[in-house]
Ligand binder design. Sequence first.
Ligand SMILES: Cc1cc2nc3c(=O)[nH]c(=O)nc-3n(C[C@H](O)[C@H](O)[C@H](O)COP(=O)(O)OP(=O)(O)OC[C@H]3O[C@@H](n4cnc5c(N)ncnc54)[C@H](O)[C@@H]3O)c2cc1C
Length: 167
Amino acid sequence: MAKIAIIGGGVIGSSIAYYLALAGQAADVVVIEPDPTYEFAATPRATGGIRQLFTVPENIRMAQYGHEIYGQFEMLMAVDGDPAPIDFHREGYLWLGSGRRDIDSLIGNWRIQTAHDARVELLDRKGVKHRFPSMRVDDIDIAAFSRNSRKARADAADAAYQPQCQL
Ligand SMILES: Cc1cc2nc3c(=O)[nH]c(=O)nc-3n(C[C@H](O)[C@H](O)[C@H](O)COP(=O)(O)OP(=O)(O)OC[C@H]3O[C@@H](n4cnc5c(N)ncnc54)[C@H](O)[C@@H]3O)c2cc1C
């Protein structure tokens, strides 16, 4: 009989089950998910952005770990050599700010981010226009740009975890 019940089989529940299975606990885990269509779940609605623009060191480290894992995910989750595509690609992540408060806040955040090896660039209005010529920038005073942030399909990642957890 299972010793560990995970309530909900969204991407978080499924990934916890995966890591428990990797740790040799597969026989002890059951994931309880009442809705196979995931109608009300957040996972299939997610944009799938994997960014590093966080302000708490633990979140930055978790995002860096996510980046590393999702970078190898298609092969890591392959079943019988068939990769598990999640449409993982680099798009970058741009955070915009206006006014003194945003300027101070983004500079403070940038200090924390770069101190934890997140690759984030601060841009002024001219820098934003130069980098993104199609943007209207007259109300932009500062921006934080993380060039190596990625995007992936969260629903595909969730689906890929599941066969890995089965005995
Ligand atoms: C519009 C949108 C955009 C987002 N964009 C991003 C993004 O770009 N990047 C990012 O990192 N995150 C993003 N997120 C957040 C991300 O989607 C969630 O953090 C993540 O999907 C949460 O996963 P979860 O497994 O905890 O929850 P869910 O995916 O909501 O799964 C919870 C599961 O629990 C089940 N459940 C609920 N109650 C019970 C119960 N009592 N018993 C059994 N099962 C139950 C539900 O059926 C559901 O399947 C976004 C979210 C939304 C809505």
